[in-house]
Design a protein around this ligand. Sequence first.
Ligand code: FAD
Length: 246
Amino acid sequence: MQTVSDITILDEPEVDLIDYMGTDADICDAARVSTNANVTISDIAKDRGLINYLMEHKHGSPFEHNSMKFYVKAPIFVFREFHRHRIGFSYNEMSGRYTELPADFYVPSLKRPLVNFGTSARPEYRLPQGEEEINEHARLHMIVNTDFIDVYTFAWEKYKHMLSEGIAKEVARDVLPVGIYSQMYVTCNARSLMHFLSLRIEDLSARYPSHPLYEIQQVALKMEELFKNQFPITYAMFIKNGRVAP
Ligand SMILES: Cc1cc2nc3c(=O)[nH]c(=O)nc-3n(C[C@H](O)[C@H](O)[C@H](O)COP(=O)(O)OP(=O)(O)OC[C@H]3O[C@@H](n4cnc5c(N)ncnc54)[C@H](O)[C@@H]3O)c2cc1C
């Protein structure tokens, strides 16, 4: 984090698990109701087998009887992609109409690839290799850093100027770029989250590898870690079955 004039520069998202309901055992419980199986004490080995079976045969509904409520702080261009996930997701986002937006802006870190080594149709992003590419990456990163901050500073000054003149927040905010951070609550269940993770994390060993935007992947990776902690068996079987949501 760095502060330039009145604005704060960030290069990562923030993701916290605010609340949750359910465990791996609840997923098994939901599946066992169909056979009226009266298993009161969870047996880890049996639960693993059952969850693997459900995942492999795409019996998805037992994975819906739980929920995870996340707080996500990320740039608006990430939220645009996030909100395309419609099924099994609930959203509430900070309003630029009702509140003065915080001056938090995104500038890519040195870890973010800047050049497409593939084609437009088949993009390929990777970190620089060898001295020449590393030097070029450092040069491009300086350009990105300077140009982003110049634009953000100018836009923020105009936003504040309009507010000081009495122009409504919902009008003044129109000049702010999509690199400004927003904040939201996202609530989903294990099934909808696995679908999101399958699309928003690149894993070349997945059955259907996806090639998501770097910045939404940073959010997804943090969500995946929280999911793994809360539903370790479900997560293990998701990975075992090629990262395909049931
Ligand atoms: C790498 C990548 C690149 C992308 N590029 C683009 C792009 O260039 N332009 C663009 O516009 N979007 C793009 N997207 C967004 C993408 O098209 C989806 O909107 C987004 O991934 C959400 O997926 P989803 O619809 O499966 O999810 P959800 O909305 O959560 O839906 C989950 C599932 O429910 C079912 N479903 C939901 N709605 C319907 C419906 N109306 N009819 C039938 N079944 C339904 C489907 O089975 C769907 O998979 C991209 C996504 C990725 C991951």
